[in-house]
Design a protein around this ligand. Structure first.
Ligand code: CDV
Length: 310
């Protein structure tokens, strides 16, 4: 048995006017609760330090730089890293990263139990659009403010297991989990900010969206025999509602913990990383059963006509 006790630290809304210090104080309060509950790893949401700013249009993109961090840890976040180190707890959270050479990414990091950053992931699947869209009920300008992640989907040997990260929209894409699954991932950490309504389909309400959240996360866990910890930022941010529904899902695809509120809420579960072994050595033993052939090989063997060129 290899137990990693994880805490999914769901966060309630962060308003535009909230200071970075007030957000860090909330994150530290969750960290203290997690320590009392025996957690070894605390996972916070996507863009945990700020409101979900891609809903706000800035004609001059540089104005959005107020939401970005250029240093991690930096002046505002140092206190969180310090408390995590004091507690001997690893943390993972998302933030808007501006690199020294001026690139912008939607990023998450993983630390070890001493507060040292051991992993960095940059969001690959950026939803939304670049320009102001008058057809939508609300804006989703991730493509305006971020570049697609340039680090792939790596995994890290950390905390006694093999850990990977993904961010929000990534969780809906099977290859997110599979790329990490092929590297033996045992726990995937995912933060998200998901509006309760579809900006392009008004009748798609919160129940359908929570269903798609569970469907994606549970399928990713089961099909890759991995734990998945999916953590929301939830509630009403300046009149824009995000759903909660944070989840911890086991390698059978079953939910072992689910958030009940839309506020700051901790879900704690002792995850046995060895529970991934059964699936990885039987139905999802990729080395034995996974046979992806090049399309040309299949057509030459079966005589099937390739699709017409378009
Ligand atoms: N932050 C996100 O990536 N949100 C998307 C919304 C726009 C659908 C998501 O997949 O949850």
């Amino acid at each position: 048995m290899r137990t990693l006790t994880v805490a999914a630290a769901q966060m309630g809304p962060i308003q535009k006017a909230d200071s970075r210090e007030s957000v860090i104080a909330r994150m530290i309060a969750l960290l203290d609760q997690a320590k009392a509950a025996g957690a070894e790893l605390v996972v916070y949401p996507e863009l945990a330090l700020t409101t979900f700013f891609p809903r706000w249009y800035h004609e001059d993109r540089a104005e959005a730089d107020i939401w970005f961090d250029t240093q991690m840890p930096g002046p505002a976040t140092q206190a969180l890293f310090d408390r995590a180190r004091e507690h001997g707890i690893a943390i993972s959270f998302g933030y808007a990263e501006k690199t020294p050479d001026g690139h912008h990414f939607n990023t998450s990091i993983l630390t070890d139990k001493t507060g040292a950053i051991v992993g960095k992931y940059r969001k690959v699947h950026l939803p939304g659009h670049v320009e102001y869209d008058t057809e939508r009920t609300h804006q989703h300008l991730e493509k305006r403010y971020f570049e697609p992640g340039d680090l792939g989907f790596p995994v890290w040997r950390a905390l006694g297991g093999i850990i990977g990260m993904a961010i929000c929209n990534d969780r809906r894409w099977p290859e997110t989990y599979r790329v990490m699954g092929l590297q033996g991932v045992e726990m995937v950490l995912i933060g998200y900010n998901t509006p309760s309504v579809n900006s392009q389909r008004g009748n798609e309400g919160i129940e359908k969206r929570l269903f798609h959240n569970r469907l994606s996360v549970q399928a990713g866990a089961y099909q890759n025999a991995t734990w998945v910890v999916a953590v929301a930022k939830a509630g009403d941010e300046d009149g824009h509602h995000l759903f909660g529904g944070s989840l911890i899902v086991d390698p059978n695809g079953e939910i072992v913990a689910e958030a009940k509120t839309e506020g700051d809420e901790l879900l704690v579960h002792a995850c046995d990383l060895d529970e991934t072994k059964f699936g990885k050595s039987t139905i999802f033993d990729f080395a034995r059963h996974r046979r992806i052939e090049h399309y040309g090989l299949i057509t030459s063997r079966t005589g099937a006509e390739p699709p017409p060129e378009v």
